[in-house]
Design a protein around this ligand. Structure first.
Ligand SMILES: NC(=O)c1ccc[n+]([C@@H]2O[C@H](COP(=O)([O-])OP(=O)(O)OC[C@H]3O[C@@H](n4cnc5c(N)ncnc54)[C@H](O)[C@@H]3O)[C@@H](O)[C@H]2O)c1
Length: 460
């Protein structure tokens, strides 16, 4: 594609977990494009421009440093960004609605709609508008309708290009994506816009991994992919309960099942359930969509995936209470790991939030430790005040504790000196492994009573 026709200026509205890393990757892979990321949140933009980025992801610091100030810019000047851009990615948050019709299920599209209106207000030349956020199927139609209400000389072409990166491996996922999905209209302008986006990604993504579909399939595929991933987690978690009742071992069952090439081994790890900003939200959005189209049985099917996830957390707390002689009142319980998974500081929808709250309700003295997520944990549990304490040092968290409860499988936890921890704890001492990642025989030998999800406990 010649210099004159290449869409050089790229804007991303929303500098979050998706906007920041994806745009940094585009900037690195396409040094001839100018990539700007804007946000209404000034503190967040300041952080992106500082040495302490607003989110933690392995490899992200290096990636941002390689292109920031060269062809990657972070700014709060949204109007200017829109005016100068050729391609506008929209990566704003689409949380669960907390009010009115569809509260607790539907996606809250207010940030999304505000962005559409901002684009309309400040655009003076043709734009390709790309949905990066995860949205209910047919949202692009609403976007197009809003954008068509303005100056008819400016043409907006709306594409869907959902993001499949996983937090904790965002940089690796962006470097080597399983697929890039682009949904566009089957019109001349639609096809031209899709070609522009293909040209952008082709800088580093092999062409057989760039998939094009119609807009609705693209929007729905993102919800469907998250629903399938969450469903696998809930399936193995449902079986973990049966394993505990029958002395089957869920890790053995998962291995045997996963070796079936039709099923495969990934996402078959039992634990305290999925967290993160997306799975629950996207499942509930799917449930709401199905209900809106009168597909109640389909809605009920997907809703059950969320129910099992909630059940797994209450079940885990019930196991803790029961194991500790049916009371944890005034007992010190160290919660190790608050991030919803390892290698991220993100705690949105983390199972640790619910589990810590349930333990506090049982009047346990909960001490939270996490290598990256303590600040977020404090915010998530702020209403519990002094009933929760926070400790940077895992050894200090475990000191005088009756139990240590592992909720995130951080690598550093595997390397803890458990003998030292055991000696500093009250006896009898308990380990509850909510992620089945510790060497339970080793812990048992040291003297712990060891409970891990879906496996028979090892009791002294
Ligand atoms: N986090 C993930 O792992 C992930 C993965 C794939 C897809 N997604 C989807 O991507 C979207 C963004 O997710 P995220 O995790 O990056 O969210 P986030 O909350 O981290 O970031 C969204 C940003 O958008 C900004 N914003 C909101 N309204 C704005 C406006 N009018 N103008 C400018 N900025 C505005 C917010 O201030 C915030 O910084 C969501 O739809 C999510 O479902 C997330």
């Amino acid at each position: 594609m010649g210099e004159r026709t290449m869409k050089k200026n790229i804007l991303c509205i929303g500098a979050g977990y998706v906007g920041g890393p994806t745009m940094a990757m585009i900037a690195r892979q396409c040094p001839d494009r100018r990539v700007t990321v804007v946000d209404i949140n000034e503190a967040r933009i300041q952080a992106w421009n500082s040495d302490t980025l607003p989110i933690y992801e392995p490899g992200l610091n290096e990636l941002v440093r390689a292109c920031r100030g060269r062809n990657l810019f972070f700014s709060t000047d949204i109007a200017r960004g829109i005016a100068e851009a050729d391609i506008i990615f929209v990566s704003v948050n689409t949380p669960i609605k907390t009010f009115g019709h569809g509260a607790g299920y539907a996606a809250d599209l207010q940030y999304w709609e505000k962005t559409a209106r901002l684009i309309l207000q400040h655009a003076t030349s043709d734009k390709i508008v790309v949905e990066k956020s995860t949205l209910p199927v047919r949202t692009a139609a609403a976007m197009s309708r809003i954008l068509r209400t303005g100056d008819s000389r400016v043409h907006f072409e709306v594409l869907s290009n959902p993001e499949f990166l996983a937090e904790g491996t965002a940089v690796a996922d962006l470097t080597n994506p399983d697929r890039v999905l682009i949904g566009g209209a089957d019109t001349t302008t639609g096809k031209a816009a899709v070609a522009e986006l293909i040209a952008l990604y082709s800088a580093w993504v092999p062409s057989d991994r760039i998939l094009t579909t119609n807009v609705w399939s693209s929007e729905l595929s993102k919800l469907a992919a998250n629903a399938f991933l969450a469903q696998r987690v809930s399936s193995i978690n449902a079986l973990s309960a049966l394993c505990e009742a029958t002395e089957a071992d869920v890790t053995e069952v998962a291995r045997a099942v996963g070796m079936d090439s039709r099923i495969g081994p990934k996402f078959l790890k039992a634990g305290v359930g999925f967290g993160g900003s997306c799975f629950r939200k996207d499942l509930l959005s799917l449930v709401y969509l199905c209900e809106s189209y009168g597909l109640q049985t389909v809605a009920d099917y997907w809703k059950q995936v969320v129910c099992i996830n909630d059940y797994q957390q209450t079940r885990f707390v019930a196991t803790i209470v029961q194991a500790m002689f049916n009371t944890v009142a005034e007992k010190r319980i160290a919660v190790m790991g608050f991030a919803f998974k390892a290698d991220t500081g993100d705690t949105r929808e983390s199972p640790a939030i619910r589990i810590s709250r349930l333990l506090a309700e049982e009047h346990a003295c909960v001490v939270v430790n996490d290598p990256q997520a303590l600040a977020n944990a404090r915010r998530d549990l702020t209403d519990l005040g002094d009933r929760i304490t926070y400790e940077h040092d895992p050894y200090a968290a475990a000191r005088n504790a009756d139990a240590i409860v592992f909720l995130t499988d951080w690598q550093e936890y595997r390397q803890l000196d458990f003998r030292r921890i055991f000696q500093s704890m009250r006896q009898p001492s308990f380990v509850f492994d909510g992620r089945i990642f510790l060497d339970r025989q080793e812990l048992f030998k040291i003297g712990f009573n060891v409970y891990s999800i879906g496996r028979p406990p090892l009791l002294q």
